[in-house]
Ligand binder design. Structure first.
Ligand code: SAM
Length: 375
């Protein structure tokens, strides 16, 4: 009986099937021969990383190492490989232009080491090892030892390059994995954490309380709000040294696996179609909120060029046209070069970098593009 009723109310095309149909049409064109393997990985069990909580008193990393994990950031066998000078590429990288820093220029350029926060640590099991992490345990102060998240989500925070004394804005922060990562740097003077959803902001508060000591979560160093981030430029302009704009997107992995709360459900078609506009408005607001010389990281967890590259291109153009703000794209190849043994990066992206899912390293998708305000 129950089964009959379930069959009668089940949509003919569940959102996961609609998502897969949509991705087959768009990503086979976008990724070409890479798409079939990325598709298999997207449909397979994802891999997690354990973001180490520096505020915990337990020897968590040693325990995880004993289980076969390594901190992919600091235990890496590629230890801070020499890399390209961070030469700015003004505006948008062109495939065949002669701008300095373009991807094909990788050989023959001056090499410099990469600057990363030494405090961000993330443990992963080796390539091809799909062991699952156990839930984190609380220490004697009830702080959890690690936070499980897609290890590739750590990269935008690492690449944001938070420095001592910085004021930082996390514009779309809930449930808080990247906020926690940024806080691990222990360098931030003031952190502004925002998410328009009140319920998700509550979740984020709970996450912070489970990982960060109370004395570090005071009004002097932290503000948590639930504003519409697109309006941030009207509230606080030219204020932050670093801005993370981790926008809502089609969350490709969730969309092909889970029918619940799926952006491809018929009732959410309008919301899904409006995503690129919302993403653009959020990125523009983040750009306005950054101070001249400040840096903005745009990130998503979709493979979609329309939500990634096109949004960044339009934002660069509109920031100049509407607000007179000039931006440069920061070359993230040093970072992808350093972590090439942990993640699979999309080749020839022209603007930003993207971790693509792979069966042996099933992280991502994570897209990131870093901008620096010149004016
Ligand atoms: N950064 C988060 C993390 O690492 O845990 C994930 C952020 S999630 C990809 C995108 C978030 O954007 C959602 O929590 C959603 O509620 C929020 N959001 C959607 N529209 C927004 C808006 N107009 N202003 C601010 N946040 C928004």
């Amino acid at each position: 009986r129950v089964k009959d009723k379930w069959a009668a109310t089940r949509p003919k095309y569940p959102p996961t099937s609609l998502a897969l149909q949509h991705f087959d049409a768009t990503y086979s064109a976008q990724l070409g021969q890479l798409w079939p393997s990325v598709r298999v990985a997207l449909l397979s069990e994802r891999k997690y990383g354990a973001l180490l909580n520096n505020f915990s008193h337990d020897a968590v990393l040693e325990d995880l190492r004993a289980k076969g994990c390594r901190d992919f950031i600091n235990d890496t066998d590629t230890v801070a490989q020499p890399c390209l000078e961070e030469e700015p590429v003004t505006g948008v990288k062109e495939e065949s232009s002669d701008v300095p820093g373009k991807k094909s220029d990788i050989d023959g350029q001056q090499l410099f080491p990469l600057r990363l926060s030494p405090h961000i640590k993330c443990a992963v099991f080796p390539r091809g090892d799909i062991t699952r992490f156990k839930p984190a345990r609380p220490d004697m102060h009830k702080l959890l030892g690690y936070y499980l998240m897609d290890a590739a989500s750590v990269l935008p925070c690492l690449a944001l390059d938070v420095q001592e004394g910085h004021n930082v804005l996390d514009l779309c922060a809930a449930p808080g994995g990247k906020t926690l990562t940024l806080l691990q740097t222990q360098s931030i003077r003031f952190l502004c954490v925002n998410d328009t959803s009140v319920s998700r902001t509550l979740r984020l508060r709970k996450v912070l309380n489970s990982y960060i000591p109370k004395e570090c979560l005071t009004e002097r160093n932290l503000r948590i709000t639930s504003f519409d981030g697109t309006k941030w430029g009207e509230i606080e302009r030219e204020t932050f040294d670093r801005v993370l704009v981790d926008v809502p997107c089609t969350t490709d992995r969730h969309s092909v696996i889970e029918d619940d709360n799926n952006i491809f459900s018929k009732t959410r078609t309008g919301e899904r179609r409006r995503l690129p506009q919302l993403q653009l408005e959020l990125l523009l607001a983040g750009i306005e909120a950054a101070c001249p010389g400040g840096e903005i990281m745009y990130s998503t967890c979709t493979l979609s060029q329309i939500q990634n590259r096109s949004v960044v291109e339009q934002a660069i153009h509109l920031a100049q046209e509407k607000h007179g703000i000039r931006l440069e794209v920061v070359d993230l190849r040093p970072l992808t070069h350093m972590f090439r043994k942990t993640f699979h990066f999309a080749p020839d992206l022209h603007l930003g970098e993207m971790v693509i899912p792979h069966l042996a390293a099933n992280f991502g998708p994570i897209y990131m593009c870093k901008l620096r305000r010149l004016t």
